[in-house]
Design a protein around this ligand. Structure first.
Ligand code: UDP
Ligand code: MG
Length: 316
């Protein structure tokens, strides 16, 4: 197998026909042995039926059906685990990532790179809030991590088998794949493209899923929030010490120091806030430690047409 395309699908019934037609046209034009893997991530619409029909018509196309919604990053992981291509492309299923870019990505990979990621020159059809939060997040992440995670990129990229094999050795539960790929190293480069708006349907990434992804990105690649908790502890103690010196001075030299109620309230509330925040930060890291120590499988496959994945008795 020369090239695998992995597309996670969550409620994409309005886009599947056009998506499949466009990707198939691109693959037809390539003089390569290719496979296309749809990973159905617990869609609640007709996506699965549509995928099954597509798969029945074209031996080049395969599917993996999850037992429930496990999330975009996990769907990509399953596709990578079961792909066999010497090069692997990951792209979204809502036509925001143009399949027509694949030949260019492939060309660039052949120039001797192991990863070519597609960088968003412009983004259409996203709300101002989303554009702003994404921009701030990627810049914040770049500042607090030691890994050079490329700015303004999603998971649309091509990678060599070397990189896929390296990814498979990273068993963490809370995946931030674009960060993991940056962490792996090798020669990486990018191509720019204009990101169009979602062809149809609604984004599967709710704000809570996006916040989860952002937290996974930060906690997987930086310990700075933990250090900030320690630093804020030192700063607050330092300020408290100065206040204490002042209180002693005021007491013995009989300066007026007020009734004391506002200052006590402010310091209790402030300290309480700092402490809760620090505990919350520690909690985020501990929750991820917990998830990893449970060692559950990352995903459960309900059925698939790919060989050697399911035990024979449950194969449908
Ligand atoms: N997706 C998924 N599982 C989810 C949410 C999204 O597999 O829980 C897929 C979705 O079908 C699409 C891709 O991930 O192919 C990107 O999702 P979306 O377009 O909602 O994200 P956005 O473009 O807004 O970042
Ligand atoms: Mg999208």
């Amino acid at each position: 197998m020369d090239l695998s395309i992995i597309i996670p699908i969550y409620n994409e019934e309005t886009n599947l026909a056009a998506l499949n037609a466009r990707v198939s046209a691109v693959l037809d034009a390539l003089p390569l042995q290719t496979e296309l893997i749809y990973v159905n991530d617990g869609s609640r619409d007709r996506s699965l039926e549509m995928i099954r029909e597509i798969v029945a018509r074209d031996p080049r196309i395969h599917y993996i059906n999850f037992s429930r919604n496990f999330g975009h990053q996990i769907a990509i992981t399953a596709g990578l685990d079961l792909s066999t291509g010497a090069a692997v492309v990951v792209m979204d299923g809502d036509l925001q990532d143009p399949p027509e870019l694949i030949p260019e990505l492939l060309q660039k990979l052949k120039e001797g790179y192991e990863v070519v990621y597609a960088k968003r020159r412009t983004r259409q059809g996203e709300s101002a809030i989303k554009l702003l939060t994404a921009k701030v997040f990627y810049r914040l992440l770049a500042r607090i991590t030691s890994v050079n995670i490329p700015l303004d990129t999603g998971d649309f990229r091509i990678m060599s088998r070397k990189v896929v094999n390296a990814l498979k050795q990273m068993p963490e539960q809370n995946k931030f794949i674009r960060g993991q790929i940056a962490w792996i190293g090798y020669r990486q480069t990018f191509l720019e493209f204009d990101r169009s708006e979602r062809a149809g349907g609604v984004p599967g990434y709710t704000y809570s899923k996006l916040i989860g992804l952002a937290m996974d990105g930060i906690t997987s690649f930086s310990d700075l929030p933990l250090r900030m908790a320690t630093i804020s502890g030192f700063v607050v103690s330092g300020v408290a010490f100065l206040v204490m010196l002042y209180a002693i001075y005021a007491r013995f030299f009989e300066l007026q120091s007020g009734t004391g109620w506002p200052s006590i309230m402010v310091s209790i509330l402030f300290l309480g806030g700092v402490q809760l925040m620090a505990v919350g930060v520690i909690g985020e890291y501990i929750a991820r430690l917990g998830a990893n120590s449970r060692q559950r499988p990352l995903y459960i496959i309900d059925d698939t047409d790919l060989p050697d994945v399911l035990p024979t008795e449950s194969k449908s």
